[in-house]
Design a protein around this ligand. Structure first.
Ligand SMILES: Nc1ncnc2c1ncn2[C@@H]1O[C@H](COP(=O)(O)OP(=O)(O)O)[C@@H](O)[C@H]1O
Ligand SMILES: [Mg+2]
Length: 279
């Protein structure tokens, strides 16, 4: 039996509000093995970003455990967290908002390298250039600023920056949601290639079950802070138990929201019981 690289156990996150607390995440548990992709799917406001922020410890959960490679990081102090900061990285929905407009691509990607202790600017620039190449951007991109890139290119820079600190886990929070459908498919392909090359583990967060189908082996479906169902992605898609998941699936099968694969392909995949599920 393999030990999951990341397991989230009975996660509870409450936000203080005027009349007490609001429980945004309620007893959520899931686990993901090294090199695999777990998707978290659900409508806006169901608590997905709160889970993402908990895993990268941009916030401290109210209770529960977040175990990474055997260590529960849920309650760790900032000092004890430091070694984990580089091991778990996040790719945000809005790369424009999260990229410093004054910096060039090479400096944006070089910044985590500086934090990692690579002191010489030329060393950082060389490594940053390699990462920018790895995410499929030409060398002419190196000295350009965020405003000069398209949305898809900016997201590639966001991915290169996340990769710069050498993470084992990448949390992608609606990382392709702001992109046109064809650009979404390209970025999904890139993420898949990176995973094949490096064995990265993904927590892929999306409101779109169609996107999730493209990238994940397992999925948890959330509604109002709780997991309503989960399991093998093909299985959940083929035989959704919850009306809520069926509604999400109907939206995913709408040609207007499809990403990358042809309708006939989807129908045959959905009607065939999945065999050889990952173990
Ligand atoms: N800082 C906060 N204070 C109070 N409520 C919040 C805060 N952040 C998020 N929420 C609420 O928590 C719920 C989950 O939010 P979020 O995790 O952003 O959902 P999602 O990413 O699925 O859209 C929402 O109802 C949201 O309004
Ligand atoms: Mg969100």
């Amino acid at each position: 039996m393999t030990t999951p690289l990341l397991s989230v156990e009975n996660l509870v996150v409450e936000y203080p509000v005027a009349d007490g607390v609001f429980r945004a995440v309620d007893s959520v548990s899931f686990a993901v093995d090294k090199g695999k992709t777990l998707a978290v799917v659900g409508e806006s406001g169901c608590g997905k970003s709160t889970i993402a922020k908990s895993i990268v410890r941009l916030l401290t959960p109210t209770s529960g455990r977040i175990v990474i490679d055997g260590t529960d990081i849920a309650g760790l102090s900032e000092k004890s967290l430091r070694p984990f900061r580089s091991r778990v990285q996040m790719v945000f929905q809005d790369p424009y908002g999260s990229l410093d407009p004054h910096l060039t691509a090479v400096d944006i990607v070089g910044e985590p390298l500086r934090l990692k202790g690579i002191r010489r600017k030329s060393d950082r620039a060389r490594k940053a250039a390699r990462l920018i190449d790895q995410v499929g951007l030409p060398s002419t991109a190196l000295n350009r600023r965020p405003v000069e890139f398209s949305g898809g290119q900016r997201q590639r820079i966001g991915i290169a920056r996340a990769l710069a600190s050498g993470p084992e886990i990448l949390v992608c929070d609606e990382a392709t949601s702001a992109l046109d459908v064809s650009v979404q498919a390209q970025v999904l392909n890139l993420l898949r290639e990176i995973q094949q090359d490096t064995g990265l583990t993904y927590v892929f967060i999306s409101h779109n079950l169609g996107v999730v189908r493209e990238i994940s082996e397992t999925v948890v479906v959330m509604s109002k802070g709780r997991i309503v169902e989960g399991g093998d992605t093909e299985e959940v898609l083929a035989r959704p138990k919850e009306p809520y998941t069926r509604a999400l699936r109907a939206a995913a099968l709408d040609p207007a929201t499809m990403v990358g694969i042809k309708p006939r392909h989807i129908v045959s995949r959905l009607s065939t019981p999945s065999v050889g599920a990952p173990v």
